[in-house]
Write a protein that binds this ligand. Structure first.
Ligand code: ZN
Length: 253
């Protein structure tokens, strides 16, 4: 075989190999639960949920959360936008994953994180948030998470644990992250912008000066993450943290 033929064969073999390798970012395509609610499997017993709501000034806006399942129990890291979406998601989890919603961890007080908290409580779930989130919720007349912590809480779920951590201010003063140590997935929530995010999003309640140090803390603490999930947009790797720092450094002043 001449050099050209061999090169062509190698290229073809590599292309075939690439097709057979699983994408590191997802193991299954997203599924539509309803037109305003999608789910996507990220790892064993870990699903991304994405709900859509029309927001004035932003249009139809997707928001991410996680469904984590262990031994028949399910946790939502952030509820969908609404009570109705939360009820539909919990029913899907029960039917499809055979798990009952027992735990909710809102990562800050905004509606894309705990808009379905009342329904989650009605369904029997226990909720955990930063004390700052609980305070803001109380002040704003929102449903208040039942258990709160200062900077960290390890929340058991069946045989797994969800590590909720406050690393500093950013998108809001109360935003936390949740680390799943067994699969090394970081839910960065609104501290982290997606790679496609061209702006910092809604910043009227942000601490823009304090935000970079919080992202640097994530870089230090979670360098071994296999996947980082932002509050909005596609999950990715460490480049999401770098991108968020760039957006912060280059923001209009
Ligand atoms: Zn928010």
């Amino acid at each position: 075989m001449d050099r050209t033929g061999s090169t062509t064969l190698t290229t073809a073999a590599l292309a075939l190999l690439a097709l057979c390798l699983p994408s590191p970012l997802r193991s299954a395509p997203p599924e539509t639960v309803r037109e305003d609610l999608e789910v996507e499997r990220l790892a064993e017993g870990v699903w991304l949920h994405t709900s859509y709501e029309v927001i004035e000034g932003f249009g139809r806006t997707p928001a991410n959360g996680l469904v984590v399942v262990s031994d028949g129990e399910a946790a939502f890291v952030d509820t969908p936008w609404t009570d109705d979406q939360t009820r539909v998601l919990a029913a899907w989890v029960q039917k499809r994953l055979g798990a009952r919603l027992t735990t909710v961890v809102p990562t800050h007080s905004h509606r894309d994180c705990m808009g379905g908290l009342e329904t989650a409580h009605d369904l029997g779930a226990r909720s955990y948030s930063s004390g700052r989130t609980a305070e803001i919720a109380k002040r704003n007349g929102l449903p208040v998470p039942q258990e709160s912590f200062d900077s960290e809480r390890d929340i058991p779920l069946g045989s797994r644990v969800l590590e909720a951590r406050y690393v500093g201010p950013g998108h809001t003063v109360d935003t936390i992250v949740v680390w799943l140590p067994d699969v090394r997935i970081l839910f960065g929530g609104d501290l982290v912008r997606s790679a496609a995010g061209r702006s910092l999003g809604y910043t009227r309640e942000a601490d823009l000066d304090g935000w970079p140090a919080s992202v640097e803390a994530l870089q230090r603490e979670y360098g071994e993450a296999t996947l980082i999930v932002p509050g909005h947009g596609r999950p990715g790797g460490g480049e999401l943290l770098t991108h968020t720092l760039e957006l912060l450094a280059n923001r209009p002043r």
